[in-house]
Every structure is written in C-alpha cells, then in structure tokens.
Design a protein around this ligand. Structure first.
Ligand SMILES: [Zn+2]
Length: 434
C-alpha cells in the first residue's frame, strides 16, 4: 500500500470511528432492539468502533422475529414513531417480508448513498434517467428515482407500462440512462429484438443495475453492453441496509461506500472473519465470503454487523481508480440463502446463471431443484434463442456444467415463449420438497 493510500485509509477509519460513536450513543439510549442486544453482550455503555468485533451479529431472521414479537413495527426504532415518514418492504424472496421505516434524515442519507452510484457511473444533471420498473414497496427504484431528481436529471418513472411501451418512452424522451434489474434489462433486449427496435443505436449511454446479482458477471455485462451499445454499471443495496455498493468504472469492481458503511467479510461455513484479498488476486482464488455490514447514517433504523447474505470476493483497497475504499471483484456473486448442495457441491443459482449467459443462445430458462430421499437434484429447461440449434445448445450446456461443477445436470428444451418472463427480479429456481 502506498503512503498516500495508507493516509487516506487512516482518515477514512477516523471518520468511521467518529460516525460510529455518534450513532452508537443515540442507539444505545433510545433503540430498544440494539440496547437489549448490546447489553446482553456486556455493553452497559455505548460501544466504540474498537468494540465492533465484540458486538453480536444481526440476522434477517432476528429482525423478522422482532417484528413478530413487537408488532406491528418491531423495536429497531431509535426515535418516537411520529418522526418516521416512509415504510418499505423487502421483496421477501426468502421468508416473510421485513418492513423498514425511515425518518426524513435517514431517507435523505439513503439518497445520498445512491448519488455515489450515479457519480461512479458518470451520470450528471444533463442526463435523462429512465427507471424501468413499476413502483411498489421495493425500495430500490424509489431511491434511484429520487436521487436522480436531486442530481438534477430528468427522470422518468416506468411503472404500469408494457415492455413495448417502455421501449417507446426510451425513444420518445431520449433517455440516456437506464436503471433496471439485470433480468429486466435482458428482457428489454429480447422484446426489442422481436419488435426490430435497435437499442444499440438508441440514446441510452449508460445502464445501471441492481436488485439481484448479475451485472458484475462478465458474460451478462457483455450482453448488456452490446445490446444497449452502452457502458454497464453495477450497484448494490438492500432495503434494510441502504445503498452500500457503487461502481467506479474500472473492470468489474463494485466499491463498498466505506464513508457510510463498515464492511466485514466472513467465511460462511466457519463464521470466521476473513482478511480482504490483495488487489489483483486472480479468479483461481476460490474465496467467496459473506458481507457483514454496519450502516453509519440511518440512525432511525440502523443495522449493526448485519449478515447481509450477499456473497462475493472482498479485495483490499488499491483499485486502479485511486479510491481508498475496498471493493468486490465481480460485484455481488450470489445470495447466501439461495445456495443448495448437490452431491457435495455447493451450487449458487447465480453461478448456474453465469454459465448459461456465458454459453449464450438461451432466451429464458427455469431450474427445478428436487429434494428426494436426502438427495438433491437439479434439472433445467431452456428456451433457445430464435435460430439456435436446440440439440447443440442442450448438449453444450450439459457438458459445461459437467466440466465446471462436476455435476450431471439434465437439460430439456422448452418451446419458444413457454417459460415465464420477469419484470423485476428473476425467480427461475424452484425448490420441490417431497
Ligand atoms: Zn475502483
């Protein structure tokens, strides 16, 4: 690490310590959820940043349990309830949705974090931003929308429109930035092809993706970049955590916004904390770990040492963009709670997805994971893109899974247009239990 980088890391650490201390003081006095947790861990006075690793982790199940036992709002609230102005819900892919409350200050903090993504992607006030999504209780697109407006962009909501109508909005308003999940961006490309709309030649210059792993996967990124004729950026955040990951435009790096979040990284199997990898560690390094996040500015409903469920490879500071913050190489690779084990092999849906994207030629697919007599099996149905030789695609995929995962995964061909398409996050994996 150069002296300059070391000094910038030191300043960052001092800023974190100051903000953590101020947050912990308020939370220790006024937030019943964390006060109880911290007191049980022996902290009768507010912890400092040096105490962080002695504090207990927070899990999603624990927060959901707290909302069940302290209905309807749970006890992770630092201020009197009349100070809160917004509530959002997690998308609830696993278990019951969490409800998350924000004060005006914590909401503004969330938007400020989103601005870091726009800055990293080179988006400015002259841009016209299309947020291709129907606005529901999911927080991601609300924050993307409001942050773009605060940046001075012209911003277009994309709710209650068909995919064809969304393509029209992009054309008519001359949108320069598309914000969408990677799944939906690929869907826009598919429909554009069917309608003979040239998105690569459209006004879109940048695409920003979040909500699910994918945009950091090289094969997906390439497909999006070519399809939109645009630069493709990844973003990461969560309803209960905030917008913690932003792109810098170098390689597939997703920086952790360490000015506002403290990140730890742990081995999921042993629960041990891992040191960040040296920058430039190669793909052959197998380390994938789960991120543990503490936010420093959402004092009304904070998370401290939160097991985010986001899995990736955390690299030490030293990205060639010059930022002093640590980053994820390849973005968020997977969700920890989606993992299943087939004949002793840990399989993440996102790694199967990455292989399918890499192979190319698949318009849509669906996977079924079956548990039978202690055995787990996966089967895949794929819809070939128009003009693809189905049998070649089928055998090619089976061979790819065999080589990469040492697993026989049977692939069946599905009729064109027969598999479901997705507007937000994909839900291509179904689990069947006897
Ligand atoms: Zn960077």
């Amino acid at each position: 690490m150069t002296d300059r980088l070391a000094r910038r890391r030191q300043r960052l650490r001092a800023r974190q310590a100051d903000r953590f201390g101020r947050m912990a003081e308020q939370v220790h006095v006024h937030n019943p959820f964390y006060r109880a947790k911290w007191q049980a861990a022996g902290f009768d006075s507010p912890p400092t940043l040096d105490d962080l690793t002695d504090l207990p982790f927070t899990t999603k199940a624990e927060l959901a349990g707290d909302q069940d036992t302290n209905p309807p709002r749970g006890s992770n609230l630092t201020f009197p309830f009349d100070r809160y102005v917004r509530v959002h819900r997690t998308s609830g892919t696993t278990g019951k949705p969490l409800r998350w409350f924000d004060t005006p200050a914590s909401w503004q903090w969330f938007l400020d974090c989103w601005l870091e993504t726009y800055r990293g992607a080179g988006v400015g006030p002259d841009d016209r931003v299309f947020v291709a999504f129907g606005f529901g209780p999911f927080v991601g697109f609300w924050t993307a929308f409001e942050a773009a407006q605060q940046l001075g962009c012209l911003v277009m909501p994309g709710g209650h429109l068909s995919t064809e109508q969304r393509l029209n909005v992009i054309r008519e308003e001359g949108a320069t930035v598309l914000v969408a999940t990677p799944t939906y961006a690929l869907r826009l490309l598919e429909v554009a092809r069917e309608l003979d709309v040239d998105l690569a030649g459209s006004s879109i210059e940048r695409t920003i993706h979040g909500g699910e792993p994918g945009a950091g996967v090289p094969a997906v990124k390439r497909q999006l970049a070519e399809g939109f004729g645009a630069r493709v950026f990844d973003h990461a955040g969560a309803t209960e955590v905030g917008a913690w990951g932003y792109p810098c435009g170098v390689g597939e790096h997703l920086h952790v916004f360490e000015e506002e979040f403290i990140v730890e990284w742990l081995d999921r199997t042993t629960g041990e904390l891992l040191p960040p990898l040296d920058p430039g560690a190669r793909e052959s390094d197998p380390s994938l770990g789960e991120l543990v996040l503490t936010n420093l500015g959402r004092i009304g409903s904070p998370v401290v040492r939160y097991r985010s469920g986001d899995v990736g490879r955390l690299c030490a500071a030293g990205c060639s963009c010059g930022r002093p913050t640590v980053y994820l190489d390849g973005g968020v690779r997977a969700r920890a709670d989606d993992m299943f084990i087939v004949r002793g092999v840990n399989v993440y849906p996102s790694s199967i997805d990455a292989m399918i994207r890499e192979a190319g030629g698949v318009a849509e697919y669906r996977a079924t994971v079956r548990e039978r007599r202690q055995m787990v099996e996966v089967e895949l149905e794929v819809e070939p893109e128009p003009g693809r030789e189905a049998e070649v695609l089928r055998l090619g995929l089976q061979d790819l899974f065999q080589r990469r995962l040492s697993l026989r995964i049977p692939v069946r061909i599905a009729a064109t247009g027969s598999l479901p398409r997705y507007e937000l996050k994909a839900n291509r994996f179904t689990l069947e239990r006897p």
